[in-house]
Write a protein that binds this ligand. Structure first.
Ligand code: EPZ
Length: 419
């Protein structure tokens, strides 16, 4: 068993480079299945979700060549099966993108129900509704999703809920369909724009990504033969921004798109931090104890749910009482129990948590209940007095490249220990 041992407190100081976005990468890799040819994808984060995505592509027949740990060349000319490997697809959520991509490319796919972080019910009804609107027949039996279509036809799709996954999945299925698909009430996250940019670079015709109406004109074939670089990770950048505030540090966060971080910047300013915006980098510092703030998580451009646990650490240390309302996931307060073991005073009920700010946290053994909860506990460990031990690292390794090394380079004292 592996654990992180963190000695705190350590104010973070220095520069950190942001990697490519996990949630863009795990959609762009299956999108490569649409290409009847070769493409190269750069700036991939070196994380387990990306490695598993590549293994799934290989099992379907694509040829994968690693150029270095962050770049891969994929030849998807030959796709020789429509059965995805269940042992791999059950390991993470984004495996559902195989459905949209394979429906579009091969007209059929059989895949297990996706895995991923346990954040409450994670239905895929909007994905299925979209595929069916384009003419696919989708059945789920004994945990296996089977989707089939003779020839997908473009159609209007209205999303009942703003969903990142369903927006991308329907976009994937529409790329090679006959005619035009419009997705109304589409999600607008930066990774949606990134997947559309990737597909357009490879020959697709997608317009409006980043707005709530996306129009996809079906094309006959994607020929690829191009190189694409994944967008910087908004959530990784936000994690470092909030770590700077929680540890009363001073960080220059490089290689980020600062516009994607507006909602986080606004909250950091509200709690008394300073953010200097240089376009592709941000300096974030906070000299004093943070002030209280209220937060509601929302789809982009609102405050992201994927940074809710991390800002929860800041608010647990703030002067006064703060409230977080989680409007995306029903169980994203599991970290509260762990943070309370470190001396935080948080009460969570339903989708609301009340943070009575304390002056200091103290180190304790805790468990990463999901990916972002794990990141939050690392931040808490660096801000707390004493030794924090974090267990269940597989969640953290799914989404952050080299996280302890990156924090150690800017002043943290984190050791990974194999027991
Ligand atoms: C993506 O999940 C991200 N994962 C999540 O990041 C992120 O928390 C989430 O978007 C919201 O931003 C990936 O991109 C791989 P949704 P996704 O569909 O696409 C409901 C992380 O920590 N819904 O936008 O699965 C759903 O229950 C992870 O990196 C339906 O009701 O999320 C939720 O309440 C965790 N029916 C809301 O919509 C559907 O068919 C938003 O979910 C689909 C979703």
């Amino acid at each position: 068993m592996e654990k992180l041992v963190i000695k705190g407190p350590t104010p973070l100081k220095g520069e950190v480079q942001i990697n490519g976005a996990k949630n863009a990468a795990v959609a762009i890799l299956p999108a490569a299945l649409l290409i009847n040819g070769v493409c190269t994808i750069d700036n991939l984060p070196d994380i387990s979700d990306v490695k598993i995505s590549c293994k799934i592509l290989e099992k379907l027949g694509a040829k994968i060549k690693w150029n270095n740990k962050n770049s891969v060349t994929i030849d998807a000319t030959e796709i020789n099966t429509t059965k995805a490997p269940i042992d791999l697809t059950s390991k993470f959520r984004a495996s559902y993108y195989i459905i949209g991509a394979m429906l579009s490319r091969k007209g059929e796919i059989e895949v297990g129900m996706p895995g991923g972080c346990q954040l409450g019910a994670r239905p895929i009804d909007q994905h299925i509704k979209g595929f069916e609107s384009l003419g696919a027949n989708v059945t789920i039996e004994n945990g296996i999703i089977h989707a089939k279509a003779d020839k997908l036809k473009g159609n209007p799709v209205y999303m009942d809920i703003v969903s990142v996954g369903a927006t991308i999945n329907v976009m994937l299925s529409a790329v090679l369909a006959k005619g035009t698909t419009t997705i109304d009430n589409a999600a607008k996250e930066p990774h949606i724009v990134d997947v559309a940019n990737f597909l357009n670079t490879m020959g697709a015709d997608i317009r409006g990504a980043g707005t709530d109406v996306i129009k996809i004109n079906g094309v006959k074939e994607l020929t690829g033969n191009a190189t694409y670089s994944v967008v910087p990770d908004q959530i990784e950048a936000g994690t470092f921004m909030l770590a700077a505030v929680a540890t009363k540090g001073d960080l220059l966060i490089k290689n980020c798109i600062t516009k994607h971080l507006d909602s986080i910047t606004a909250k950091i300013i509200e709690v008394g931090g300073i953010v200097e915006d240089y376009g592709d980098s941000l300096r974030v510092y906070c000299k004093n104890r943070p002030l209280k703030a209220n937060i509601k998580t929302l789809p982009y451009p609102g405050f992201p749910t994927d940074l809710q646990p991390q800002i929860g650490v800041v608010l647990s240390l703030a002067k006064g009482t703060s409230i977080i309302n989680e409007s995306i996931w029903e169980s994203r307060f599991q970290y509260v129990h762990e943070l309370n073991k470190m001396g935080a005073k948080i009460t969570a009920q339903g989708n609301t948590a009340i943070f009575e700010g304390v002056e200091t946290l103290s180190g304790a053994p805790v468990s990463a209940t999901d990916l972002r909860a794990g990141a939050a506990l690392i931040i808490a460990g660096m801000a707390a007095k004493g030794v924090t031990e974090i267990y269940n690292l597989e969640h953290i390794d799914r989404g952050y490249e080299n996280i302890e090394q990156k924090f150690n380079n800017i002043g943290a004292k984190i050791e990974r220990i194999i027991e």
